[in-house]
Design a protein around this ligand. Structure first.
Ligand code: UDX
Ligand code: ADP
Length: 462
């Protein structure tokens, strides 16, 4: 039993965000024998974690939190106390793209990480395992280990890498039944002991064959490479959408045919207005920067092209809109259906809808945004344009008097709307640009819409 408590182990997590919150909630729910304390410097975030209005929208998460909160799961702003108490400290503070100095626009900004490491050194009074949960550049563990172990207290810190592969919207299932858990550690006796401790935590609910171990650098790089591969699949399919639109091929048929090759597989081949989210672009640019810093310019430009194709796809979506609507959208009301970067989340980080809205505002359109979860974030993302936009959670109100609908997020609710009712209240000719190919295009055409899917021929009444 852990000293001073009835728990077998005390675990802390620094950073109560999209990664730290759900992961720790699951560990606590699955392992009542451990005390799990999640800390953050952001007091309002912690307050929300302690309420029924969690700070992130994630289906099923509240149920998991409720299993353990107050029993062995605690959310607190007392970072120092949590550091002192825990033997294992997960660090999941944010690592955004650097916006200043060397590597600006590409490299990961590690200032939160380094500040956290220094606080750990200051507060710790016993040996600790430090777990990299945030996505970090390969070899960060070496730098962190140096900072942590440059202490004169005789304390040893063992840094292991345990990247998180959860996707937003499916976080609970992803953590509960992961494809794999990866634990990277140094091949020293202390490294192996630390690795075994982390493996033991996950083994409480993850089958042994799904828990992989590797060296630290492989674990760090695997996370970046996995996200780069996923993003690359989307850019690859999106590059084919443009060709489909020129040749009367249908991207849905092409995607299906490609995906049935068992070497390729069917997932992550859905064409779209572009990928968003906090990870893909950041991790790709980080990978590009690392390749460049090792002089690997060909590898760098290969991965950079995945980002370029994504930006192009989003701009192309808006160009198609402007072209179809008689080369001008100035003064026209346009309803954006969905602002989140994907369905089932309120997160809008790097959402393609942000770029679509900005481009339409530049074209002087009147942009009306509707989304079931992301309107608060939309207001922040477009704070410099609030006079040019309108926000409503009612898609029917958004479409009222609109010349066009641009569907940017694949929320189920947009499949189920009464489009006849919507058509009746729109200006004519009425346009729908389906940036996710989720609507019934033939049915919409029959109602009277001019329909522009992605990677499929347009259905026009003129
Ligand atoms: C991603 C990774 O999937 C996850 O493993 C990692 O830990 C974090 O980054 P996330 O960003 O939450 O997760 O969402 P994901 O489901 O991967 O979608 C990313 C973006 O790609 C979304 O904008 C989504 O709409 C888009 N996408 C996804 C497509 O455009 N087409 C697809 O076929 C799949
Ligand atoms: P992710 O998507 O990687 O989880 P988030 O931005 O959602 O990233 O969460 C990171 C969290 O880390 C934020 O809530 C932020 O307040 C917190 N954080 C950043 N720096 C520190 C720090 N030094 N100490 C404690 N928490 C921190």
């Amino acid at each position: 039993m852990h000293e001073g408590t009835s728990f077998k182990r005390c675990i802390a997590c620094i950073g109560a965000g999209y990664v730290g919150g759900p992961t720790m909630a699951m560990i606590a729910a699955r392992c009542p024998q451990y005390k799990v304390t999640v800390v953050d410097i952001n007091a309002s975030r912690i307050e929300a974690w302690n309420s029924d209005a969690l700070p992130i929208y994630e289906p099923g998460l509240l149920d998991v939190v409720k299993v353990a909160r107050g029993r062995n799961l605690f959310f607190s702003t007392e970072v120092e106390a949590a550091i002192r108490e825990a033997g294992v400290i997960f660090v999941s503070v944010n690592t955004p793209t650097k916006t200043f100095g060397e590597g600006a626009g590409k490299a990961a900004d590690l200032q939160h990480w380094e500040r956290t490491a220094r606080m750990i050194v200051r507060e710790a009074a016993s040996d600790k395992i430090i777990v990299e949960k945030s996505t970090l550049p390969v070899r960060t563990a070496a730098a962190m280990s140096r900072i942590l172990n440059a202490n004169d207290k005789g304390i040893h810190f063992e840094v292991v890498s345990n990247p998180e592969f959860l996707a937003e919207g499916t976080a609970v299932a992803d953590i509960d039944r992961p494809d794999r858990v990866l634990v990277g550690a140094q091949e020293t006796p202390q490294g192996i002991a630390a690795r075994d401790t982390i493996v033991e935590i996950y083994a409480n609910w993850v089958p042994a064959e799904k828990i992989l171990t590797s060296n630290v650098w492989s674990a760090e790089l695997s996370k970046l490479a996995a996200n780069a591969f996923l993003a690359q699949r989307i850019s690859s399919i999106n590059s084919i959408t443009a060709l489909c639109e020129k040749t009367s091929a249908n991207i849905m048929e092409v995607s299906r045919a490609i995906g049935m090759d068992s070497r390729i597989g069917p997932r992550f081949l859905s064409p779209s207005v572009g990928f968003g989210g906090s990870c893909f672009k950041k991790d790709l640019l980080n990978l590009v920067y690392i390749c460049q810093s090792y002089g690997l310019s060909e590898a760098a430009s290969y991965w950079e092209s995945v980002v370029a194709m994504n930006d192009h796809q989003r701009r192309r979506f808006v160009s198609t809109m402007v072209g179809a609507m008689f080369n001008t959208v100035a003064g026209k009301r346009i309803a954006l259906f969905g602002f989140a970067f994907k369905a089932d989340t309120g997160d809008t980080r790097e959402s393609p809808a942000i770029g679509v809205a900005r481009q339409l505002i530049e074209e002087r359109a009147q942009v009306v945004i509707t989304d079931p979860q992301a309107l608060d974030n939309a207001k922040i993302d477009l704070a410099d344009h609030l006079q040019a936009i309108e926000l409503t959670d009612d898609p029917y109100a958004a479409a009222q008097g609109a010349h066009a609908i641009a569907l940017c997020t694949e929320w189920q609710l947009y499949r189920d709307l009464d489009y006849r009712r919507i058509f009746e209240r729109m200006e004519k000719p009425a346009f729908i640009f389906d940036g996710r190919n989720i609507l019934d295009h033939e049915a919409l055409y029959k109602i009277g819409f001019n329909v522009f899917p992605v990677g499929k021929g347009a259905l026009k009444h003129f």
